[in-house]
Design a protein around this ligand. Sequence first.
Ligand code: GTP
Ligand code: MG
Length: 344
Amino acid sequence: GHHVSSQRMRSRRRELRTRHDITSFAPQFISIYESLTPSEEEKEKQKQLLQSLEKLIIKEWPNAQLHLYGSCANSFGASSCDIDVCLAISDGEIDKSKILLRLAEILQSDNLQDVQALTRARVPIVKLKDPATGISCDICINNILAVVNTKLLRNYSQIDHRLRQLVIIVKHWAKSRGVNDTYQGTLSSYAYVLMCIHFLQLRRPAILPCLQEMQPTYMVTVDGIECAFFDQVQKLEHFGSVNRESIAELLWAFFSYWAYHHDYANNVISVRTGGIISKQSKDWTRRIGNDRHLICIEDPFELSHDLGRVVDKFTIKILREEFERAAEIMQYDPNPSVRLFEPY
Ligand code: GTP
Ligand code: MG
């Protein structure tokens, strides 16, 4: 008796969850999402820090501008995240290291903490911490492409609220599972955002359009790269509403796409085209230098830039195992909203 019933239990547990079943978990995921989003108070503190930095900087470089970029400006930041700032100085040829060192000097004498100039990093920056708010901040110079891609990401998030939910939950999962660290050979937050946008572009009916394939209303040329896209997103606020999928269904489908359906050997995901393109067409079929192209995520503007280039033959396994684990949990686990985020 016991044996039979436990077998029946087991087979029931392994029964495939349906769309309806999975949607019953949506409220749990929504409340996790809500607990992760920054408060108005926090946003206000960030703004104040930016303003005080602006005052300091304008004194030294009257024509300079400060731009926020990264997660504090693209709407995909969780609470207590650091802020990324770009100092735009337009006067022709400049010596970035010299400016960063001078900037560090200025900030230090204004009582900011832990001021540090990292002039030899891939993206040279000054780091600092504001003692009043505890907010940490990285300042880079003339990284205008990052400011523009931040705008693209933010504009996508304004079209359908499910993108922000999906990204914040996926980032939380990636951080909990240790797969959000480019220094360790896993993916950056920026890469995860592109994966989520791409995924929602490919839902049927689509939840997001492809802004770079539409008639452009925003155009800039940065470092010789033409960046053009449709940015009047308030006109697209009902775009995704025909698709009624819940956040729980989307998470389930997102993880199963990356676990079971993505063609790692041949395909590149491309937010720019709103579709899949071939590795062949980009000449990303072999290892060149340190770039391996084992998971291919095209940057929307720097077309030769593969955000997956940091992934190597060991970390691709780790990543894919984590996608499979997440997909399994979404499919079978009685408590997916707990198990998904268990520390590794
Ligand atoms: P968290 O700090 O983890 O909350 O996320 P974030 O959105 O700030 O992302 P991340 O620190 O990965 O990147 C900051 C910004 O740098 C991104 O929003 C992009 O605008 C820009 N960026 C451009 N190219 C790259 C790249 O190759 N790698 C990374 N990491 N960032 C890039
Ligand atoms: Mg950041």
